[in-house]
Design a protein around this ligand. Structure first.
Ligand code: NDP
Length: 484
């Protein structure tokens, strides 16, 4: 059954490796026989129930697991060895979880205590890799959902990196630079012993940008007595970072969108877009959309959304959010004709393309209905899990093209892996070369997801394709390593 009528212009080389494996697995199939569909469904339900029971209250983690595991039914049918070796059960259990106290003093000398986390989820394909989030909502369930997603995303990039995530329930907003520095130093004083360029390589995420990474790296360097550039990514290009890393997630998202449109015979030229958030991902998505001829009319922060019908003024946005760390509503001081809305009202604005780039579960079923009614053709996730499962179902039913975060926002971590390559070879690449590599990777991620969705009978279902490709790459490595 075809979900979308699409021209067949996809390069299928990427699946050749998987097909070779199919042949090798045939003998095994004869040995254990096919599992029946009810067997597999029951097994999947059991896995999800066990995850919920063993990780009580971690609702975001349950949601992320359900989304992936339920989609793997056709994979288990075709490759029963994954069920036989309990690959899904093993992938759902993090390899290690570290929780630690982070004491620090504010500028008045008062002591504060935060909680730090690092979850090394899976290292089958390479060292643990994934960002650190500093936000008051951070708890183990958020870190685990992000780490779980990261496993498949990192596999999709085709780079040798495992999956991880970390962070703290610390809010850098409203803190002085000195307070943020003391917090980062305390955080790293505990975490450093678990890191290393061959062990675990954190990066930024919400609330962790180049300022925080600078303080974290400085403390790591000081207490280990090593200038180990490859231990963190997202560093400033002034001290070991890669050009394009700052832009990579937003740019990569737009390259992915370009590919989604290309298979439908369309381009971004003249399309009206809305982008939620106004942080790292959102700002550089807006920039690339504008470079490719789209008109971006709205963005948001946690306090407000801005609707500027004539098109957003990116320079003002960057000055407000990146440089001065101000609220988005201050944009109206520079553009009084723009409108200030509630953050969620962003999704009521008519658009061709909607890119949620702020946070998890920000686009729900009601928003999806409004987007569909207003003629939106494409939704792609810059943030991690910003679209609720009910909203995704509605978008699929309405044939709105949907790009899941683990594929569409993979450009950030892919460029982090390029940063690791540069650090390992003591090299620094040009902006143009690095951006070309990013673009090639995003095209490949798109084509791999597209081809897998087609192979498993759901053309155009990128969410399914991404889960299948990411899962199979990790699963094959885990099978090869035995029960570890
Ligand atoms: P930032 O901290 O730079 O920006 C987050 C933005 O989202 C801010 O503008 C913030 O507003 C806004 N925001 C937060 N909550 C809400 C809300 N409830 N409603 C509206 N806006 C909100 O983070 P990033 O841009 O780095 O990350 C954004 C998302 O992208 C996250 O889900 C992250 O995990 C994901 N991601 C990031 C990558 C990266 O390379 N940075 C890579 C892959 C995924 P305010 O300023 O008010 O806090």
């Amino acid at each position: 059954m075809s979900d979308f009528p699409l021209p067949s212009i996809i390069d299928r080389d990427a699946l050749q490796g998987c097909r070779a494996l199919d042949a090798a697995n045939l003998g095994f199939l004869f040995f254990i026989g096919w599992l029946t569909v009810p067997d597999i469904r029951a097994r999947i339900e059991q896995i999800i129930e066990d995850v919920i029971r063993r990780n009580r209250g971690e609702v975001e983690f349950h949601q992320a697991v359900r989304e992936v595991v339920e989609s793997l039914e056709p994979v288990l049918r075709k490759y029963p060895q994954y069920a036989e070796h309990k690959i899904i059960e093993r992938i759902c259990e993090p390899e290690r979880q570290i929780i630690f106290r982070v004491p620090w003093q504010d500028d008045r000398g008062e002591v504060h205590i935060n909680r730090g986390f690092r979850v090394g989820f899976n290292s089958a394909l390479g060292p643990y890799k994934g960002g650190l989030r500093f936000h008051p909502t951070v708890y183990l369930g958020i870190v685990k959902f992000l780490g779980f997603e990261q496993v498949f995303k990192n596999a999709l990039t085709g780079m040798p990196i495992g999956g991880a995530k970390g962070g703290a329930d610390f809010d850098p907003k409203g803190k002085s630079d000195a307070e943020v520095m003391r917090f980062c130093q305390s955080f790293m004083t505990e975490l450093y012993r678990h890191l290393g360029e061959y062990t675990d390589v954190p990066a930024g995420d919400i609330g962790v940008g180049t300022r925080e990474l600078g303080y974290l790296f400085g403390q790591y360097k000081r207490i280990t007595n090593r200038y180990e550039s490859g231990v963190l990514t997202g560093k400033s290009p002034h001290w070991g970072g890669s050009l394009v890393r700052r832009e990579a997630t937003g740019y990569g998202l737009v390259y992915f969108v370009e590919e989604m449109l290309r298979v439908r015979g369309e381009t971004l030229e003249g399309k009206t877009c809305v982008v939620s958030g106004s942080g790292n991902v959102a700002l550089y998505a807006i920039q690339k959309l504008q470079m490719l001829g789209a008109k971006v009319v709205a963005c948001s922060d946690s306090d407000a959304a801005i609707y500027h019908k004539e098109g957003l003024d990116l320079e003002t946005l960057k000055q407000l959010k990146e440089v001065e760390r101000r609220r988005l509503r201050d944009y109206l001081q520079f553009h009084p004709s723009a409108k200030c809305l509630q953050p969620k009202e962003l999704w009521n604005i008519p658009c061709d393309v909607a890119l949620p780039c702020a946070t998890q579960n920000e686009l729900d079923a009601e928003h999806a209905r409004t987007l569909i009614a207003n003629g939106c053709k494409l939704v792609a996730e810059g943030a991690n899990m910003p679209t609720t499962p009910a909203a995704i179902r509605l978008l699929h039913e309405a044939k709105v093209a949907f790009g899941p975060g683990k594929a569409a926002n993979a450009g950030g971590v892919a460029t982090s892996a390029l940063e690791m390559q540069q650090n390992a070879s003591r090299d620094a690449w040009t902006f143009e070369y690095t951006e070309r590599r990013l673009q090639e990777i995003m095209r490949r991620v798109h084509n791999d997801c597209f081809a897998a969705a087609e192979e498993f009978g759901h053309p155009g279902n990128y969410a399914l394709g991404a889960n299948i490709v990411g899962f199979r790459r990790v699963a094959e490595a885990m099978l090869a390593f035995g029960v570890i």
